[in-house]
Design a protein around this ligand. Structure first.
Ligand SMILES: *[C@@H]1O[C@H](CO)[C@@H](O)[C@H](O)[C@H]1NC(C)=O
Ligand SMILES: *[C@@H]1O[C@H](CO)[C@@H](O)[C@H](O)[C@H]1NC(C)=O
Length: 252
């Protein structure tokens, strides 16, 4: 009886949450941030939406197993003493300061973003997105035999000059997309942004996006522009029945 009850408890708890682990393997402090689009989902992780991660540190927490439109990214060069907003960090800053605002606390580009929609009765969807540009390398791995989503390469040193975001030390802190660098001068009607006359997959092919090859070539298993699903190596799936736990590693 006791054994059966204990087994039931284990099964019940593993079916209602997933374990997420965020490891900072960078040689510098990163301020991880997490956001759930409140317009899409009421399944919000019961965990701080931002924290400080010293070099080499790891943080684990549970997220609902139907976490939808969730994202995690790393912020660099943060100082929350003066401002508690998007300007608090060199890259990835959010409204709210250390803890990102739950309604509007998305990260400022350029930033490498890991994204999930977990579907326990279907397939988890996840990716590492460069749609908002790049700031630090990261990988997403699972505890089951599902594919790694990744941008393990540091895309800052080779970033084309016109896309570079310089940090206070003069080094490249991030690499912007052609869209956010506004290379073609009209973000509202742009093949780089897949906007206006270019707002469908057919009308916004990868080869019309300037510097697509720089991002996709460096990180082939990342989502490198708005309609990158056709590459077959952008969006990853894992059977919801596997109830995968996920690990995010900065500077893998
Ligand atoms: C949610 O919807 C409101 C109202 O349409 C909008 O102002 C807000 O930007 C949306 N939030 C996000 C994170 O997209
Ligand atoms: C997620 O699951 C919880 C608990 O079963 C439920 O209340 C909630 O509505 C679900 N949310 C979504 C977005 O499916």
């Amino acid at each position: 009886m006791i054994a059966a009850a204990a087994l039931f408890a284990v099964v019940a708890s593993s079916a209602s949450a997933r374990q997420f682990t965020v490891t900072n393997n960078c040689a510098f402090t990163v301020w991880p941030a997490m956001f759930t689009d409140p317009n899409v989902s009421d399944a919000i992780p019961d965990h701080a939406t931002g924290w400080e991660a010293a070099a080499g540190s790891t943080e684990s927490f549970e997220v609902p197993d139907n976490w939808t439109a969730g994202r995690i990214w790393g912020r660099t060069g943060c100082d929350f003493s003066a401002a508690q907003d998007q300007t608090s960090c060199t890259t990835g800053g959010c409204n709210g300061g250390l803890e990102c605002d739950k309604a509007s606390g998305t990260g400022v580009p350029p930033v490498t973003v890991a994204e999930w929609t977990l579907i326990p009765d279907g397939e988890d969807n996840y990716d590492v997105s460069l749609v908002d540009g790049f700031n630090i390398p990261l990988t997403v791995t699972t505890t089951v035999d599902c594919p790694e989503a990744s941008c393990p390469k540091d895309l800052n040193p080779g970033c084309p000059d016109e896309l570079k975001l310089a940090g206070a030390d003069g080094k490249t802190a991030g690499c912007r997309t052609a869209c956010s660098a506004n290379l073609d001068g009209d973000a509202s009607n742009s093949p780089n942004c897949c906007s206006g006359d270019f707002d469908t997959p057919d009308k916004c092919p990868a080869d019309g996006v300037e510097y697509y090859d720089y991002f996709k070539g460096g990180c082939p298993n990342a989502y490198a522009y708005a309609y990158d699903e056709s590459s077959g190596t952008a969006l990853w799936t894992c059977s919801g029945a596997s109830a995968a736990d996920y690990t995010v590693t900065f500077c893998p």
